[in-house]
Structures are given as C-alpha cells and as structure tokens.
Design a protein around this ligand. Structure first.
Ligand SMILES: Nc1ncnc2c1ncn2[C@@H]1O[C@H](COP(=O)(O)OP(=O)(O)OP(=O)(O)O)[C@@H](O)[C@H]1O
Ligand SMILES: [Mg+2]
Length: 403
C-alpha cells in the first residue's frame, strides 16, 4: 500500500521541495538587505495565475526569517477595503511574534483588542472597532514605525508580503493610500527598515497606474515566468527522491516535456505518475499513463470551463475534434482547413482567433505564416482524448441504433 503522495497540486510548495527562481531570489534579497540599513523598499511580484508567486513568497519568508527579519506573509485575496487590509497585516505581525519571548512588548501596543484564542490551539486575533482601524489606515507609517522600534533589538527589520492584491487594486483607495504611505515615509523618517512586497497578476500594474499614475514608479517589479526544463527535472528528482522512488531517464524526459515549465502541471503530473506506479521505479509506461490522468485533471480544471463549456458553436466543437484526431502540438492552418466541411471552413478564422484569445494556441513564428502551436504540451493531449471519447460515444450510439 502506498503512502501519501509528496506532490502538492494547488498548495504553495513546501520549502524543501522548492526549485528555481534563483535570479529573482538574489535580486529580492539584495533589496531586503538594503532595507536593514533603514531604507524602505517596495517590490511588486508579478506573474500569471498559478506560476508560483505564493510559493516564492513563502520560500523568501523562510530565508528572510533566518536573516533575522520579522517576516510575515499576509493573504489579502478577497480583501476589498483598507481597514481589513491593515487589520490583517497587524494581526499577522501579532501571530508571528506570539511565539517570541518579547511578545508582551508588542501586544501592549495593540491594546485591549488582542485576544488570545485558545479554541483551536494557541493563537491570537486582533479585532479593534472600525474607528480605530480607520486611524491605523491613516497613521500606517507611524504604527509600523512604533512596532519596529519595539523589536529593533531582536530584529533587523520587517518583511511584509501582501499576497494577492488583485481584488483590492480595483479600488482607487489602495493605490492612493500606498503612494501616500511611501511619500510619508520618505519625508518623515530617516530610518524605516520595512520591506513590502505586494503580489499580483501582471495586468494589475496597469490597473494601479490608472488609479495613481505615479505609483508604479516606486515599485521595483520582479516578474516570474515558467521554470526551465532543468529546474523541472530537479523538482522531480527531489520529490520522488523524498519518498525513495527511482525515476528512469526516459520517464524523466516525458514528465519534464509535458510539464511545459508550468509548476501546476509538474505537480499534477508528478502526483498522477506517483499513483500509477506500483514497484517504486518510475518507468516510461508509468509516466505515460500518469500523464494521461494528469491531462484529464488539468483539462477538466482549465480547458472545460474555457472551451468545452464556453463554446456553444457546434462548428467550433467539430473543428476542435478534428484538431484532436492526431496528437499534435503544432499545426498549419491549411492542413486542418483541408479536412473541414464548408460550414466549418467559414468559421475557421474566427475559431482560431477565439482559441488565441482564450490563451490556448499562439502563432508559431518558427513554423512560418499560418502556423500555430498549443501553449503547452498537455492541452493537445486532453483535446485528443476528448476527440477519441466523442468517436467512441458516436460508435456506441450508432451500434445501439442499429441493434
Ligand atoms: N518553485 C517551485 N517549486 C516547486 N513547486 C512550485 C514552485 N512554484 C510553484 N509550485 C507549485 O505550483 C503550484 C502553484 O503555485 P502557487 O500557488 O505558488 O502559484 P501562484 O502564482 O501563487 O498562484 P495564484 O495566482 O493562483 O495565487 C503549487 O502546487 C505549488 O506547490
Ligand atoms: Mg498565490
């Protein structure tokens, strides 16, 4: 009987299984160290959904903690007002210091609104009335400064991650508040060792600029993108190694190729392959059958809502099935077009545009004019599966009718 899978599709990567991001880590640590000398720094961490922003932040928190900063990772997805944002920041500071001997010094500052909640283990909560929260929003620099003063014998500074500001960035208040915070700090404090890192998808930069044109100037933007094949390889080695499973090199090659550099894919593939193996050695067959399972899971999560449920047009669907007839990850427009009927041909250009808009295919520059490729290696596997299933269903249906 197998033990639990070491893969964590959907959850930030545990520190010991984290790979890559070397350049970004170096860059960010440089700014963090700069903060220790009293200069307030702001980094905007940008990346597509699921590319690994929270995982990187968690890993950085771990490193920065060892460099003796008070490091907090605040999840603010879903937060839409500044009062709640600020409440969560201070509550997280409390939680982090709760484990320390100097907690009492800090908690005094938060006054009578700190509750020790023992219901589900030892924890603290911070719930002041709305009026006081408004005050904290207004006097945010001063409040942070007071905390830093209290901890300055123990800690070099503060490291604050604001994870997922996608929601709150939609309000003009956030951009203006942040800009005032930075200006206020720059004009009133010579020593303000606080590093702040908001996280969001790349489009958020434009949203913030619209609300407050000068805001993006104060951020150092750090982008994260796909992992390299070498890093994906390292991830599989580490993770299978952790549970003493050996991976044959052909298996490693296919798992890496189909992961397409996407962290989510490598976790889904790793997990599916883990469960398809039964002798502690991953062979190419184990890998292939795992990839089929992973393609199904990923297709259901990402492609079904995007295309199969969103596209109602019967023509589009039948073109998609044509695309899936052979397992290909790139194609020429003309080749596919020659297999289409008149009705399908008419909408083929629109179909291609739609698929591009949905982020499923892109133009294939290397292939020349009229060439396209799927954005990753796994999507065509699922599209192929759907096409096969459809054929099977039609055959069974016809047989039933004949009978
Ligand atoms: N560097 C990494 N090493 C190993 N696994 C990673 C790495 N980065 C991300 N992952 C894995 O990829 C998946 C997505 O990562 P994560 O949640 O950090 O992405 P995100 O960009 O924060 O996503 P979202 O936009 O949904 O918040 C998780 O399963 C996580 O464990
Ligand atoms: Mg995240």
């Amino acid at each position: 009987m197998k033990e639990n899978s070491p893969f964590t599709p959907g959850n930030p990567a545990p520190v010991e299984l984290f790979v890559g991001r070397v350049k970004q880590i170096e860059e960010i640590l440089k700014y963090v160290r700069q903060t220790a000398s009293g200069r307030q720094e702001n980094v905007f961490l940008a990346g597509e959904r699921g590319i690994g922003k929270s995982s990187l932040a968690a890993f950085l928190r771990h490193l920065v903690d060892r460099e003796n900063f008070l490091a907090i990772h605040v999840f603010v997805g879903g937060v839409t007002d500044l009062e709640e944002l600020v409440r969560r920041i201070f509550e997280q500071i409390l939680k982090e210091t709760n484990k320390q001997t100097w907690f009492d010094e800090i908690s005094g500052f938060f006054g009578k609104y700190v509750k020790q909640v023992d219901l589900f283990g030892i924890s603290v909560s911070f719930n002041p009335p709305q009026e006081d929260l408004k005050g904290l929003v207004r006097n945010f620099p001063e409040a942070l400064k007071n905390i830093m003063e209290k901890i300055k014998n123990e800690k070099k500074g503060l490291f604050i991650v604001l994870d997922d500001i996608n929601g709150i960035s939609e309000t003009p208040e956030f951009a203006n508040w942040y800009k005032s915070f930075v200006d206020d700090v720059a004009t009133h404090y010579t020593d303000f060792p606080a590093f702040i890192m908001p996280i969001g998808i790349p489009e958020i930069r434009d949203v913030l600029s619209e609300h407050q044109p000068s805001l993006m100037r104060i951020f150092r933007v750090v982008d994260i993108d796909k992992l390299s094949d070498k890093e994906v390889n390292e991830f599989f080695e580490k993770t299978f190694g952790k549970v003493n499973i050996e991976v044959e090199s052909e298996a490693m090659e296919v798992m890496t190729r189909f992961s397409s550099g996407l962290p989510i894919f490598m976790h889904e593939i790793g997990d599916a392959v883990f469960w398809s193996d039964d002798d502690g050695i991953i062979s190419e067959d184990d890998a292939s059958s795992g990839i089929i399972d992973a393609a199904e899971r990923i297709g259901k999560k990402y492609l079904d809502p995007k295309i199969y449920r969103a596209i109602r047009s019967e023509q589009y669907r039948s073109i998609l099935r044509r695309l899936g007839e052979r397992p290909i990850n790139r194609f020429k427009k003309g080749e596919i077009e020659s297999k289409l009927n008149e009705k399908e041909k008419k909408v083929f250009n629109n179909f291609l545009r739609k698929m591009r808009e949905l982020g499923i295919i892109v133009s294939d520059i290397e292939g020349g004019r009229g060439s396209y490729k799927f954005v990753n290696e796994l999507y065509p596997v699922y599209i192929g599966m759907e096409s096969q299933n459809f054929r099977k269903r039609t055959i069974t249906k016809n047989k039933t009718i004949e009978a």
